[in-house]
Design a protein around this ligand. Structure first.
Ligand code: CTP
Length: 392
């Protein structure tokens, strides 16, 4: 596993017999300098980050913003990601492999360093010391480890824990429940719980803002070369991340065009698993996207190209042999961009697509059904007792 994107070094750390992991960090000198600087705070947030969604992104976003709001000039986010093995033991098999989950996490604009191969045990103050972090953060759903202990009990006891608002209406469990329902296998659990994440205009603005408040917002009006990537961007995966990363290099402003849920349903037969607003917040969480147009036309028009001053249109090539019918349809969708000489095709460096993920899910739906039967009820129990936690 490499941290090529962030140019980090990798170190194996053993905190105790049960807590060992890889730490992807800058040089020791840089870490020590940050630790000694009173205007810098180093923080940690861990998770499974499976089928990475707006709830995960929002937790990372909030944690960082909270400390900027407290007056720090620099907030360094260390994201800890549990291993496939740890997740399988705690919750059941993840949908995405270690490498796939790490690739999406690394592409997230609020992440500065990360920890991989993390076991599902107490995230202790001893661990915080080893990583030179002051705070360990988590949403207000407090996880229990297999040994019955609270994952954050030790960090709370030592005054090192920061609670965040958990984002309503979405989780890996809920996404799996949505996928199961599409197969007619839903849990049948009825509860008055939100079924999608809410998107207030303020929340959308927070996702669109740069990770560091000192950094100015990039404006379309100042862009010299707008690159446009239209798509569905359902269930964010490394293929999406790779195409966005490469597309961004073709200009100085990356604009994503998202199809509405209804447009996707009309053209693909089923609506996406994530709503358009959930998909928008997810793509805005990557390092490269400057803005998103919501509900773009399925077929690119001259009007759209002129309105947004688009100089390059990027279309990703699906992994070999996949979706040839879809490729033909795509030719028609992109015909105006092609005729204008603006179209660029990019191959993704990851052989994964949303459709392949859905097929992976269908092939293993029995295992996911088992996984979700307990976890979904647990989540609904959390929803029924939750109280107001302000969002940062
Ligand atoms: N998180 C959040 N809001 C959500 C989901 C997760 O704030 N809707 C936060 C968690 O509180 C945690 C981090 O994201 O701080 C990683 O959580 P993780 O366990 O990976 O996510 P879930 O989606 O809750 O996973 P599952 O459904 O498998 O329990």
């Amino acid at each position: 596993m490499t941290a090529a994107l962030l140019g980090l070094e990798c170190e194996w750390v053993e905190v105790s017999d049960e807590l060992k992991f890889f730490w992807h960090r800058p040089s020791w000198a840089a870490v020590e300098e940050q630790s000694a600087d009173p205007e810098t705070v180093r923080i940690f947030l861990n998770g499974c980050f499976d089928l990475m969604h707006v709830g995960h992104f929002n937790a990372l976003r909030q944690a960082k913003r909270l400390f900027f709001q407290q007056g720090y000039k620099k907030v360094v986010m260390l994201a800890g990601i549990h291993s496939d093995e740890a997740i399988t033991r705690q919750k059941g098999p993840p949908m995405m492999s270690d490498n796939e989950r790490v690739a999406v996490l690394e592409a997230t604009k609020w992440v500065d360093e990360f920890v991989t191969h993390l076991p599902y045990v107490s995230m202790s103050s001893q661990m915080a010391d080893a990583l030179r972090v002051r705070w360990i953060c988590h949403g207000d759903d407090m996880p229990i480890c297999k040994d019955g202990g609270g994952m954050y009990s030790d960090a709370i006891e030592h005054g090192r824990f920061q609670m965040l608002k958990r984002t309503e209406g979405i989780s890996t469990t809920q996404i799996i429940e949505r996928l199961l329902r599409q197969q007619g296998l839903g849990s049948g659990c009825e509860a008055e719980a939100m079924e999608t994440a809410l998107a207030t205009t303020q929340r959308l603005g927070q996702f669109a803002a740069p990770a560091d408040p000192e950094q100015g917002v990039k404006l379309l009006t100042s862009a010299k070369h707008v690159v446009y990537v239209p798509g569905i961007f359902d269930l964010v995966h490394p293929g999406h991340v790779s195409i966005l990363q490469h597309a961004a290099k073709l200009g100085d402003y990356l604009l994503v065009g998202l199809y509405s849920d209804e447009t996707v349903r009309q053209h693909r037969g089923t609506p996406p698993v994530l709503t358009m607003l959930e998909r928008a917040m997810a793509v805005l969480s990557t390092r490269w996207v400057d803005d998103v147009v919501l509900g773009v036309p399925w077929k690119i028009t001259k009007d759209l190209l002129a309105t947004m001053n688009i100089k390059t249109v990027v279309v990703g090539r699906p992994p070999d042999g996949l979706e040839s019918e879809q490729c033909l349809a795509e030719k028609e969708q992109m015909s105006v961009a092609r005729a204008e000489g603006l179209l660029t095709e990019l191959s993704s460096s990851f052989a994964v697509s949303s459709e392949a993920l859905k097929q992976r899910f269908i092939a293993r739906s029995g295992a996911f059904l088992d996984r979700n039967s307990k976890l979904f009820e647990k989540e609904l129990a959390y929803v029924s007792t939750k109280s107001y936690v302000p969002e940062a």
